[in-house]
Design a protein around this ligand. Structure first.
Ligand SMILES: [Zn+2]
Length: 101
């Protein structure tokens, strides 16, 4: 346990405090944690976005082939894209939820 100097008001306060008791500025450790959480949530948002798009795209492609009388052949690639997209989307949702609990 020690003291640290506030970056804003230059007053010393305990390094165990989450924020400066004088001006309310969060300690550097807390800021780093907040940034890490922000980065994590952005990563999961991106996963949800990409996964969701891949899922929708794959689903449309699968349905499109099913309705198309010319290219009726089954396309495992689009099915795989749909499944992976769904899984990535799910991972994004669960991961975000997990980190915020
Ligand atoms: Zn301060």
């Amino acid at each position: 346990m020690g003291l640290m100097i506030c970056q804003d008001c230059r007053k010393a306060y305990s390094d165990r405090a989450a924020a400066c008791p004088n001006c309310g500025r969060p300690s550097e450790e807390m800021e780093e944690k907040a940034q890490a959480i922000e980065l994590t949530s952005k990563r999961y948002k991106l996963a949800k976005l990409i996964g969701g798009l891949a899922f929708v795209f794959g689903l449309m492609a699968v349905m499109g082939t099913a309705c198309d009388p010319i290219t009726r052949e089954s396309t495992p690639t689009t099915a795989i894209i749909t499944i992976i997209g769904g899984l990535v989307y799910l991972w994004g949702s669960l991961g975000k939820w997990w980190h915020h609990e």
